[in-house]
Structures are given as structure tokens and as C-alpha cells.
Ligand binder design. Structure first.
Ligand SMILES: [Zn+2]
Length: 362
């Protein structure tokens, strides 16, 4: 069954009276032109994850004039992010600002014509529908395959194109998925790799330049899709090996037909239904665990005032409008108003859960 998704972007308020001077050089590029620019101004993008890849994606698309850019990220900034996460600075680290908020702050200064929306949340099967219902593209700025497979399911189910990107060390990959037309991530990779099977930023490290290359490639694909230039879209898997000076384009032409992909051919979307995917995760390169669904009543926000008073007797406490943090001898506990937490100083989910129970309660 192939569903058709109505493209309602033409009906959106056309910004015909907008001053387009800032896009002059971009519009002069003939394959895009003024008409392509007008398309971009009416389109909406979701950037899922605003770390290294997401920073470049957001900066490029906001500068290019994509009308509405929604950024979702679950994390806050740490000093070792600045080496490759180009939207942020030391003040953002000191203030403990969530990445989505810090990014939006910068992006609104870059282009006030674009609506920038920041959401501090972990993307999962419970909130993905509300995040994608009005967007024209999904962009992968995540660092994990659980979320990528969720994006893949979502793309195929709701017929929204998405652009995969990932990098580690000095290597990176990207692939563009047009649902129902090109191979999807599950055509390429049947399942998420087992935990520990792939190198992480933690074990292999990461160089800043590969991030910029992969995210720039993703952003260019986004510009093609959003401006309606589908014939220019990359049909293969791009692989960049920067240290070894190799760039490869691996053809995927027959993959969708040859592989019996459960998503493409049987419309099975277990990450979207919540059958797959975990609520707690070890965060890449962070020596930290994220805990979701630990708070007893998600509709009732955590009482930061009460917690603040309790925590002051236990260790150093930092608080801002978006989160509160308790520094203990060997752990750092950060909680968000919805009860979600990031426990630093451990990669053991059971230990993180017991720390949460002890310092926040159930
Ligand atoms: Zn597929």
C-alpha cells in the first residue's frame, strides 16, 4: 500500500513581499534560482539532534532561508563539544544551556526571517508524531541508530523524506531517503548494530572537519528536496574517508527491489510503534546515561523549588530555566522539568536508576 502525502506547502503563506536581498548569491545559482528560493521560504524542516551534525545543518538551512526550522535535542553542552559543535561557545557551557536553546538563540540572530523553534526533549515513539506532523523533511543530527531507525520508520510511514548522516573518527556517511522511491536505511542495514559492535566517539574519537563535510552534504540534499529539485538528489551512499583522502559513492539502485526490506515491502515499523527502542540509553562519548520514563507522573512537572532546597545539602547545585544539576563526588545528576535525567559518571543504567531514585525519588 502506498499512501500519498499531500504537499500543502504551496498553500502556506507565500512570503512574496519578503526582501530577498540576503539570498542574492544563492538565487544566482541557476539550478536553484528565485523560484527555488521561494520554495525554501515556504518549507519546514525538523533537525533531530543538535550536536555536531545538527549545528552545521541548522546553521546552513537557517542561512539558506528554509522558512521554519524545528530543532530537537535532549542534551546540554559540555566543554569537549566545542571542538566540533560550531554553533556554541564557552558561555553556553558555563551556563549549562541545553543545546536546542543555545542553538536557537544564535540562529535567530543569524536570520530573523526564519522561524526557529527549539525543543528540549529526547525524540522517541511517543513524541515523534507531534514533531513531524507539519514538516517537509527530517534531518539526522543524532548519534545513535535507535533514533535513526525511528526516523526511518517515521519517514516511510508518513512519507516524509529524510537524510541520514553519521561520522566517527575521520570517516562519515550520508544517504538520502525518498520514501517509496529510493532504498531506505533498513534496506541497507536490517537492524541496529548490537551495543558495542560499532566504534563510538568515545573509542574512536572524532575530527571536526568530517562533521562539517557530512552535514554540509546533508544540508545540500535538504536544499534540493525542499526546493523541489528531486532530479539532483544523490541516489547512493556517500562515504568520506578524510584522513585517507578517499571519497566513494556506493550505488544502491537495486537494493530496494532485491532486499526483502520489512519497512519498504511489509510496512513494518517497530521503532515507530514502540516495539523496538529503549527508554534509557548510554550517551555516546559522554560517560553518561539518559533516563526517560523514570518520573512517576510525566504530566506533573518536577518541583524544582523543593528539589533545589533538598539538593543544596547534598552537593553543588546549578539551576537555569531549563534544567537543574547536582554535582556529587563522582556523579553529576541533571534533571529536566518533565522528569527526564542525564546521569554523568556512569555507563551503567542500573546504577543511574538507583542514583535517580535516591536523589529525585520515583
Ligand atoms: Zn527499505
Amino acid at each position: 500500500m502506498v499512501r500519498e502525502r499531500e504537499d500543502d506547502s504551496a498553500a502556506r503563506e507565500a512570503p512574496w513581499d519578503m526582501n530577498l536581498d540576503r539570498y542574492a548569491r544563492q538565487m544566482r545559482y541557476a539550478p536553484l534560482g528565485v523560484e527555488g528560493q521561494q520554495q525554501l521560504l515556504r518549507k519546514r524542516a525538523l533537525i533531530c539532534g543538535c550536536g555536531a551534525l545538527g549545528s552545521v545543518l541548522a546553521s546552513t538551512l537557517v542561512r539558506a532561508g528554509v522558512g521554519h526550522v524545528r530543532i530537537v535535542d535532549r542534551d546540554f553542552l559540555e566543554l569537549n563539544n566545542l571542538q566540533r559543535q560550531v554553533l556554541f561557545d564557552e558561555e553556553d557551557v558555563t551556563s549549562g544551556t541545553p543545546k536546542a536553546i543555545a542553538a536557537a538563540h544564535k540562529l535567530r540572530k543569524i536570520n530573523s526571517q526564519v522561524e526557529v523553534e527549539a525543543i528540549v526533549a529526547d525524540v522517541d515513539h511517543r513524541n515523534i508524531r507531534s514533531l513531524v506532523h507539519d514538516v517537509d523533511i527530517l534531518l539526522d543530527g543524532t548519534d545513535n541508530f535507535e533514533t535513526r531507525f525511528l526516523l526511518n520508520d517515521t519517514s516511510l510511514h508518513f512519507l516524509i523524506p529524510w537524510v541520514y548522516g553519521g561520522c566517527i573518527g575521520a570517516e562519515g556517511q550520508t544517504m538520502t531517503i525518498l520514501p517509496g522511491k529510493t532504498p531506505c536505511l533498513r534496506c541497507l542495514m536490517r537492524d541496529t548494530p548490537p551495543a558495542g559492535a560499532t566504534p563510538s566517539c568515545d573509542t574512536a574519537g572524532i575530527l571536526g572537519p568530517i562533521v562539517n563535510v557530512v552535514a554540509s552534504y546533508q544540508a545540500c540534499e535538504a536544499i534540493k528536496i525542499l526546493s523541489g529539485r528531486h532530479s539532483a538528489i544523490n541516489q547512493g551512499l556517500m562515504v568520506f574517508e578524510m584522513w585517507d583522502n578517499r571519497v566513494r559513492q556506493i550505488g544502491l539502485d537495486s537494493l530496494r527491489e532485491l532486499r526483502d526490506c520489512p519497512a519498504c515491502h511489509r510496512q513494518e515499523f517497530p521503532w515507530l510503534t514502540g516495539e523496538r527502542g529503549s527508554q534509557s540509553a548510554v550517551l555516546c562519548g559522554r560517560n553518561a546515561v539518559q533516563l526517560s520514563q523514570v518520573h512517576a507522573d510525566p504530566a506533573e512537572p518536577l518541583n524544582f523549588d523543593t528539589l533545589y532546597t533538598q539538593w543544596q545539602a547534598m552537593g553543588r547545585v546549578q539551576r537555569n530555566a531549563y534544567l537543574m544539576r547536582l554535582e556529587l563526588e563522582s556523579h553529576v545528576l541533571t534533571v529536566f522539568p518533565d522528569g527526564r535525567a542525564i546521569v554523568g559518571g556512569t555507563e551503567d543504567i542500573a546504577e543511574a536508576r538507583s542514583l535517580y531514585a535516591r536523589y529525585v525519588g520515583h
